[in-house]
Design a protein around this ligand. Structure first.
Ligand code: ZN
Length: 332
């Protein structure tokens, strides 16, 4: 046993606890059911648009959140649990066996009714797959949450990240760079996790990338029909076309999905250049909130996919996209 002391500046408190050298989690709740039903519940209870119900976390809370995710991936679930309790986060952690995939996952689930809107997270500690599925805009990008959990289960990905608030839950603007517009409906609020770093969603993304540099984050989004966009439009968060995005493009084509990759010359405007998870994965680890990136390092660890309704309206219509993900990022 060794003692670990964590000092959380913003709380001004010391937390002292011990870490077992072997992974043990006798106090963690175990349950079973269907992840798809968990996502339906999370989606139904999301912090609503214009409610100002998303609680912006403090720096200390984000640090604690990082510790929780690190502890989970180091198989120190008791430490994660202790931190949740110590900071009175309205969250439950559990070991959850999914009846469809027959796999056991670590779940971070917010208590209902939501008090914070910090998101729903699923981690697979056994998988060898570097894929992480991220759903930053549930409800607003209709069905991406259901497509996303389906993709997570079928690909055997490492993690599933689901925002807990509607992207327009709060009215205050994000401090991160965003396109200037006089139309308030075009601005990005603090509750938009793809454009705000002070969110547990972004902290989970950062922590996964820091712990496993080979992490490939795929974000599923939804866009309206546009003549200038294909059915699925990919971006790496910069003009660079990477090996991973080219492989996914080939796999999308093989599965009959009309698609393109942003390269600076494509006509579709949804290029994800202001996406903060993309900036971080592309190497802007110091200030992804305000600094853009020029390139995406090989092999390409961030892929943003905008999808028209025709490829996300139901299980049948989104299956070709999932087949493409399985083809491009097979389980080892
Ligand atoms: Zn979106």
């Amino acid at each position: 046993m060794r003692k670990v002391v964590i000092y959380l500046l913003s709380f001004g408190l010391f937390l002292t606890f011990s870490i077992d050298s072997e992974a043990q989690a006798p106090n963690i709740k175990k349950s079973s059911g269907r992840l798809t039903e968990k996502v339906e519940k999370a989606s139904k209870n999301i912090v609503r648009r214009n409610s100002n119900g998303f609680r912006v976390p403090t720096a200390g809370q984000l640090k604690a959140w990082q510790f929780i995710v690190e502890s989970i991936f180091k198989n120190r679930l008791d430490d994660a649990e202790q931190m949740i309790k110590q900071l009175s986060f309205p969250y439950e952690m559990s070991l959850f066996t999914d009846k469809d995939s027959k796999r056991e996952y670590v779940l971070l689930e917010e208590e209902i009714p939501l008090q914070a809107g910090w998101g729903f997270y699923v981690f697979d500690l056994q998988t060898k797959n570097d894929l992480v599925l991220e759903i930053p805009h549930p409800v607003f990008d209709g069905n991406t949450e259901f497509q996303g959990i389906d993709a997570f289960l079928q690909t055997g990905a490492r993690a599933f990240l689901l925002a807990g608030a509607h992207r327009r839950a709060n009215t205050q603007d994000t401090p991160c760079t965003q396109p200037k517009s006089s139309d308030p409906d075009a601005n990005y609020p603090v509750s938009d996790v793809a454009h705000a770093v002070a969110t547990p969603f972004h902290t989970v993304h950062e922590t996964l990338v820091k712990l496993m540099s080979t992490t490939i984050a795929v974000q599923l989004h939804g866009m309206t029909e546009r003549d200038i966009c294909p059915n699925a439009f990919m971006s790496n968060g910069s003009k660079t076309v990477t090996t991973n995005s080219k492989r996914l493009l080939d796999c999308l084509s093989k599965n009959g999905v009309e698609s393109e990759i942003y390269d600076g010359n494509t006509t579709c405007p949804l290029n994800a250049l202001s996406n903060v998870q993309g900036r971080f994965s592309n190497g802007e680890t110091e200030n992804p909130c305000q600094k853009t990136v020029k390139t995406s390092p090989e092999p390409g660890n961030f892929i943003h996919i905008e999808q028209e309704t025709s490829v996300r309206k139901d299980k049948k219509s989104w299956q070709p996209v999932i087949e493409a993900l399985k083809c491009a990022f097979p389980q080892n």
